[in-house]
Ligand binder design. Structure first.
Ligand SMILES: Cc1cc2nc3c(=O)[nH]c(=O)nc-3n(C[C@H](O)[C@H](O)[C@H](O)COP(=O)(O)OP(=O)(O)OC[C@H]3O[C@@H](n4cnc5c(N)ncnc54)[C@H](O)[C@@H]3O)c2cc1C
Ligand code: FES
Length: 259
């Protein structure tokens, strides 16, 4: 059941110069509508902005004393800037939980592949997999890296790539993903979230090694609940699917990557 409610900001901290982490008190939202990692909330960013902003769930706790959600977002434009300025103790209008997340099995060994602000929802996957996964995390530079300590705790292993070589492997995550798959480790699947070109190449590598791959897609959204066609993506079979309602997570093999 989707819920729209005022949610108090319990804590707020900057993870790096660009990204903010917020913990929200969300009533019974986790217990009533969480189906898995990769779902998102739609946040009203000020009275004057009609369209809500979609932000993925990074972490969550369900409790009879009240559920909490953690989100991590980068300031991109006026909506996220407004949100980043909200102080602890203030409330924001949140609609959620929305969308279909990743399908994961407890104790499954997954390869988690994240790029930039696509990294936070994978932390929820790492937790849901029970610590049996390996993460490959890509950032533009060391100063944009985030949540590394958390991945080190929640995964068997994690590797970092940066575009400028300032941290970890110098290059994109693609090469690290291929190396990991070549080493023959048996993965139940790949779970990926990040920019479309990264997703496209991860899906290609997954297909080459015969590993199932789920991808979380990012499209501009309006209603967030499947009512406006604002977020449509084309599938290989020619149909259009809504990122907000049918996704954001899809089987990578089903998406038409050539449009
Ligand atoms: C399912 C989903 C999950 C997301 N999860 C996260 C997350 O966990 N952390 C994070 O930092 N960002 C996330 N994003 C991207 C985030 O929604 C945008 O960065 C944000 O909406 C930008 O709003 P703005 O007002 O600051 O920017 P502006 O550019 O001023 O926004 C103008 C309009 O475009 C839309 N828009 C702009 N960029 C995007 C985008 N990349 N995706 C979708 N809509 C966009 C805005 O919602 C708004 O309606 C997610 C996007 C989707 C679709
Ligand atoms: S945002 Fe309206 S249909 Fe997806």
């Amino acid at each position: 059941m989707k819920v729209e409610q005022k949610c108090k900001i319990l804590s707020k901290k900057h993870l790096n110069p660009y990204a903010v982490q917020m913990e929200l008190a969300v009533g019974d939202m986790v217990r009533s509508s969480l189906t898995g990692p990769g779902q998102f909330v739609h946040i009203k960013c000020g009275e004057s902005r009609l369209l809500r902003r979609p932000i993925s769930v990074c972490d969550w706790h369900g409790s009879n004393e009240g559920d909490t959600l953690t989100i991590v977002f980068e300031v991109r434009g006026e909506g996220t800037e407004w949100l980043a300025r909200r102080p602890e103790g203030h409330s924001v209008d949140v609609l959620g939980l929305l969308g279909r997340g990743f399908q994961v099995e407890d104790q499954g060994a997954y390869l988690l592949v994240g790029g930039g602000i696509g990294v936070p929802p994978l932390l929820g996957c790492a937790g849901a997999c029970g610590g049996a996964s390996t993460a490959i995390l890509g950032f533009r530079s060391k100063e944009r890296a985030l949540l590394l300590e958390e991945f080190s705790k929640d995964c068997l292993d994690y590797k970092v790539a940066t575009d400028d070589g300032s941290l970890g492997y110098h290059g994109t995550v693609d090469e690290l993903v291929r190396r990991e798959l070549e080493e023959g480790q048996h993965y139940r699947g790949i779970l990926a979230c990040g920019p479309r070109p990264m997703l496209k190449s991860v899906v290609k590598a997954a297909a080459a090694f015969g590993v199932p791959c789920q991808v979380s897609m990012e499209e501009r959204m309006a209603c967030g609940v499947g009512a406006c066609l604002g977020c449509a993506v084309r599938m290989k079979d020619g149909t259009m699917r809504h990122v907000c309602k049918d996704g954001p997570v899809f089987d990578g093999e089903e998406v038409d990557w050539d449009v």
